[in-house]
Design a protein around this ligand. Structure first.
Ligand code: PMT
Length: 220
């Protein structure tokens, strides 16, 4: 792992989950811990990049020499990323909520004491942060992640195409040892020629350093 690999490059990284409010005390979210994105931010900074890390709500310390912006919802994350543009390389490791409640109740929602009826929440689509940034005129070298529980390489390749990415990191999240909130990861990186490169199970810190070296080589 070469230290000067990304000197002078601006790298924007998203990490963690997003939280989509239902009312002032409840939300829709997922199990992302932010570990993968934070490890990537640390590795990119070690490689000499100027790193901006846009993170959803997580319990992790900020890596050294990384500029961190904390956000809550997907729409906040998009606005923070747009504010951090332009950049040379974008790495989207965040598990962004695809949907949010259509309406946010201004007060805590109360049960109807007179009935046992369920509650139907109507959800609407969130913006796609990665696809939005990869579609800009000042488009960065764009790297996505694909968290899948089946048809891993096929679904990841589809996301590479539909979001117009340079690389996608396929992450099999059906395996609890290498997905959400785990210490380790194991991934395959797919390029535009649909060539897959495998990175065997290792700590997220080690996988992050291998990914940063691979991304830097493809970027240059
Ligand atoms: O945070 P950890 O606990 O360490 O776990 C790591 C991880 C499993 C979250 C990470 O390795 C990972 O796979 N992140 C992507 C999770 C995901 O939501 O993937 P997706 O297949 O839904 O999205 C595809 C890509 O589009 C991702 O790069 C995602 O950041 C991006 N996206 C998705 C939806 C959206 N509205 N905006 C986006 O930018």
């Amino acid at each position: 792992f070469e230290r000067g690999l990304l000197t002078g490059r601006r790298v924007l990284i998203t990490a963690g989950p997003t939280r989509e409010a239902i009312d002032p005390v409840r939300y829709v979210s997922n199990h992302s811990s932010g570990k993968m994105g934070f490890a990537l931010a640390e590795a990119a900074a070690e490689a000499g990049a100027a790193v901006t890390l846009v993170s959803g709500p997580v319990h992790l310390p900020t890596p050294q020499r990384v500029a961190r912006i904390d956000v809550v919802s997907a729409r906040d994350m998009l606005a923070a990323c747009e504010g951090a543009m332009p950049c040379d390389i974008l790495i989207a490791a965040a598990a962004v909520a695809d949907y949010r409640p259509e309406a946010v109740a201004s007060q805590k929602m109360k049960k109807d004491p007179g009935s046992d009826d369920g509650l139907t929440l109507r959800l609407v689509r969130n913006p796609d942060i990665l696809a939005t940034l990869a579609a800009r005129a000042d488009r960065p070298f764009s790297v996505g992640f694909a968290a899948e529980t089946e048809h891993l390489l096929d679904y990841a390749a589809r996301k590479l195409k539909s979001k117009n990415l340079d690389l996608i990191v396929a992450n099999d999240v059906a395996n609890p040892q290498i997905g959400f909130n785990s210490e380790d990861n194991a991934v395959s990186v797919i390029d535009r020629a649909l060539q897959a490169t495998r990175f065997e199970q290792a700590s997220k810190g080690q996988i992050a350093r291998q990914l940063i070296a691979f991304i830097a080589a493809r970027y240059h």
